[in-house]
Design a protein around this ligand. Structure first.
Ligand SMILES: *Cc1c(COP(=O)(O)O)cnc(C)c1O
Length: 420
């Protein structure tokens, strides 16, 4: 069956025809057949250079042979045990070695579970209830954080079914706004357990922190007995071997991870200083559990992936990211559009706006109709980026300079189409 017919069929059985909102590409999503390296192939006979990469996990590209081989070997030995494996210790050691704030790790199944559990731990450790998140930040789909959230929810910031009693404990501030934080902390510090943030916002496009903003958050939280949580589900293992905390040299109290950590399989984790992590059950009293926690398939895939994320990988991420962003800027210089090219390392996005983009409100000034024309033109020319202005595009190790050149040519067509 072709994608169009599959989608019609799917809508009868899956709400909206998909299993996650952002996948409902208009008029219908293409259905995947297979993927390899930088390319995704659909059931209609098309292939795409892929900059969505499953929304971030695939830093080595699709079906990276060493990962696929190691996973195949593990598969023949079983897929879940309900007892520990040696590889969990190995991967935990790898995380501790790489990530500055990590002394101990708990492996879970998704980024959502990671932030939910890290917030619970922060509340337990401080004995306080409120948390502060940034407008447009996405920390997964659970109730504490589904307030002015980014990602698929960019046009739908809140959700029915989330009790007010839950979100009254979730405070909001604009990203990169030290003054707003200072006054909120002054007022709320006796109730404020944690500040949680994406150190580089990756769910409303791509918004880097202003210089010193992360240092500022580190200081104000330390001075006021507030736990600082970096949600590195996107940035972890992507922008540096130890994530954003290494890249910007600011060490939080707790970190949440996911996406890349599972090497393309479902996984999340949270980690932090020993004094905090020792509170997690069964060592401590803060409950956290999961049937598939530390799943041997995901752990094996993550462990193999880490072997390939070396210095050379991070240097190449910088180079290919720069090539992509400079190429885009060159094209846009000659265009009559207002635009911002954003990103760092292997992350990038364009906003069609004249406003600088440092927070959610500024991101929302972008012309989403122009973005959609750009997206559709790219797709028609064999390039797949996330279908929303409020997502981030990713490069992988599998994207060659030639692939980037082909992509920039398609992007030039996309920008010309958006200009009309
Ligand atoms: C994707 C994402 C999550 C949620 O991870 P899931 O595995 O989809 O539950 C949390 N935080 C950030 C920053 C993310 O990008």
């Amino acid at each position: 069956m072709k994608s169009e017919d599959l989608f019609k069929d799917a809508k009868n059985y899956l709400p909206g025809g998909v299993d996650s909102p952002v996948r409902a590409i208009k008029p219908y999503p293409f259905f995947a057949l297979k993927a390899e390296g930088p390319r995704l192939f659909d059931v209609d006979g098309n292939s795409y250079l892929d900059y969505c990469l499953a929304y971030g996990p695939l830093v080595l590209g699709h079906a990276y042979p060493p990962v696929m081989e190691t996973v195949s070997k593990q598969l023949s030995n079983g897929s879940a045990y309900g007892v520990p494996t040696e590889n969990e210790i190995k991967l935990a050691k790898e995380v501790v070695k790489r990530v500055p704030c990590a002394d101990m790790v708990r492996f879970v199944n998704s980024g959502t579970e990671a932030t939910m559990s890290a917030i619970r731990l922060a509340r337990a450790v401080t004995g306080k209830n409120k948390i502060l998140k940034f407008e447009g930040a996405y920390h997964g789909a659970h109730d504490y954080v589904l307030v002015k959230s980014g990602s698929g929810a960019a046009g739908l910031p809140d959700s029915p079914g989330v009790p007010e009693e839950t979100t009254k404990n979730t405070l909001l501030a604009p990203f990169n706004d030290a003054e707003a934080i200072t006054s909120l902390v002054k007022k709320e510090k006796d109730d404020l357990a944690a500040i949680i943030l994406e150190p580089v916002m990756g769910n409303v496009g791509c918004i880097p922190p202003k210089r010193e903003f992360l240092e500022f958050l580190r200081e104000i939280t330390a001075e006021n007995g507030i736990i600082l949580i970096f949600d590195e589900v996107i940035t972890g293992f992507r922008i540096a071997k130890g994530g954003a905390q290494e890249y910007f040299d600011v060490t939080p109290d707790l970190v949440t991870m996911g996406k890349i950590l599972g090497g393309g399989f479902p996984m999340g984790a949270f980690a932090g200083k020993k004094e905090f992590m020792e509170r997690i059950a069964p060592q401590g009293d803060v409950y956290q559990a999961g049937t598939f926690n530390g799943n041997p398939i995901s752990i094996t895939a993550g462990l193999e992936t880490m072997k390939h994320l070396d210095e050379k990988f991070y240097q190449e991420s910088e180079t290919s990211g720069l090539k992509m962003r400079r190429g885009l800027e060159n094209i846009l210089e000659d265009a009559s559009l207002n635009y911002q090219v954003a990103g760092l390392s292997s992350m990038f996005q364009i906003y069609f706006t004249q406003s600088e983009v440092w927070d959610y409100a500024q991101a929302k000034t972008a012309d989403t109709e122009k973005f959609n024309t750009y997206f559709q033109t790219l797709l028609a020319n064999g390039v797949f980026i996330p279908p929303s202005q409020f997502e981030c595009c990713f490069l992988s190790q599998a994207h060659s300079p030639e692939d980037i050149q082909i992509t920039l040519e398609a992007m030039e067509k996309g920008i010309k189409a958006a200009e009309k």
